[in-house]
Ligand binder design. Structure first.
Ligand code: PLP
Length: 421
């Protein structure tokens, strides 16, 4: 043991003070372009770096820390769970998993839940479910899943194959077969593609689609598009699967993004905000899509007691503190402030798009900076934001953000815009 510690010490000196400086050598694989920041502490909507500098956090672990940082209830419940039992596997019934599944079923259109560890995994489960539906209910040998251009469904091989952005495919071919794409919110193009594929009989098993596209540029779904999409899926006996990984669990101001569109999906996926900063993902299905049998799908850690306690605590705290009302009110306050900024900076900002506390500030094409330049400049104004594509600054603060913190966020956005001449 002592030798191992020595070896690690000598490695960490070879790599500099690990974690202390953003430019120090690192043994972490370079899959991210990281901001020049090392964050070491958080409380509510604020985080601190390793030099003690405080930042207002409108990234929230990429739309994940719904209750903010260092939440009291999460700390209490998760510490108790760690003291009681950490992990047992799905070979046994897990009380916290049963409770969370029941809570989700009682608060959504779904009646059963498969738990996994991330959004991509939840979508993997959904893709397998779609294939099974195609085989057993539609008699299709090689089922096709329809997905939207500019979508994002995660980074596993099937999830990138379902993602309608070629930049995520490049270099990783051959992709998983059986995905076809249509322009988001374009019902004529969708119907054309569907009719063309189905002209000689059943070929399509499902549509997988975000109610609001997050990574693809914060594009809200259109109500007429989704309503006709629902009708067409019913007509063709195709599963409508919504990827609610980013918007689900309260970020729109309702529990689920599909409520904004006044439809119900056959299945939907969750992750991010469900765990309030802890790893959990879920596939939720209605009875007609409840097709998995023992052995069809599994996950060692999926639905473990710790992750499910996190999910349950997030759900109960959102209810207890009327957080959905807060999201609606703070979302409106943010939106109004962002619209004012668009008026104040017409040569830099084009428009605001989004629902609740997922808002995108769209840059003008002629602006001389990108969304990622903006996110970097915001750091100097003690503000953390992220981008969604080249030209959209994405704002996804914790759902518990207060009125004065929204004011502060708008002030810091204003200061950042002033930075660009
Ligand atoms: C809509 C959507 N689906 C899936 C994912 C993938 O989730 P994860 O990173 O947890 O695998 C994301 C992540 O940004 C997402 O926004």
């Amino acid at each position: 043991m002592a030798e191992l510690v020595d070896a690690l010490d000598s490695k960490s000196s070879a790599f500099g003070h690990v974690g202390s400086s953003p430019t120090a050598p690192t043994a972490v694989m370079g899959t991210y372009n990281r901001f020049p920041l090392t964050l070491t502490k958080g409380k509510g909507c604020f985080v601190w770096d390793n030099n003690g500098q405080k930042y207002l956090d409108a990234v929230a672990g990429i739309a994940s820390c719904s209750l903010g940082h260092s939440n009291h209830a999460l700390k209490r419940v998760l510490t108790r769970q760690l003291n009681e039992l950490q992990h047992v596997s799905n070979l046994y019934r897990i009380p916290a998993q049963e409770k969370l599944a029941l809570w989700l079923a009682e608060h959504s259109c779904a009646n059963s839940v498969f738990f996994c560890n991330s959004g991509a995994e939840a979508n993997e489960a959904a893709i397998k479910l779609a294939r099974k539906h195609g085989h057993i209910n539609r008699g299709i040998e090689r089922p096709i899943i329809l997905s939207a251009n500019c979508s994002f469904h995660g980074r596993t091989l099937a999830a990138i194959s379902a993602t309608g952005q070629p930049r995520y495919h490049n270099g990783f071919e051959p992709l998983v077969e059986g995905f076809k794409f249509f322009p988001y919110n374009d019902i004529i193009a969708f119907e054309h593609l569907l009719n063309d594929l189905e002209k000689d009989g059943p070929r399509v098993s499902a549509v997988i689609i975000e109610p609001i596209q997050g990574e693809g540029g914060v594009n809200p779904g259109s109500l007429p598009f989704f309503q006709i999409l629902r009708t067409l899926c019913n007509k063709h006996q195709i599963l409508l699967i919504l990827d609610e990984v980013q918007i689900g669990m309260g970020r729109s101001g309702h529990w689920w993004g599909y409520q904004e569109l006044q439809i119900e999906p056959d299945a939907f996926t969750l992750a991010k905000g469900l765990g309030g900063g802890h790893a959990i993902g879920a596939l939720l299905v209605k009875e007609n899509a409840d097709l998995f049998e023992p052995g069809d799908h599994a996950s060692t850690f999926g639905g473990n007691p710790f992750a499910c306690q996190a999910g349950l605590t997030v759900a109960l705290e959102i209810e207890r503190h009327a957080v959905l009302n807060n999201v609606q009110e703070r979302g409106k306050q943010l939106r109004e402030g962002l619209n004012k900024l668009v008026k104040m900076f017409p040569s830099k900002l084009k428009e605001v798009r989004g629902w609740g506390l997922l808002q995108g500030l769209v840059l003008q094409e002629k602006a001389n900076f990108t969304a990622s330049d903006f996110a970097n400049a915001a750091i100097d104004k003690q503000l953390l934001v992220t981008s969604a594509g080249q030209d959209v600054v994405r704002l996804v603060p914790p759902l518990i953000i207060k009125p004065r913190e929204i004011k502060e966020l708008l002030k810091r956005l204003n200061n950042t815009l002033d930075h660009f001449t």
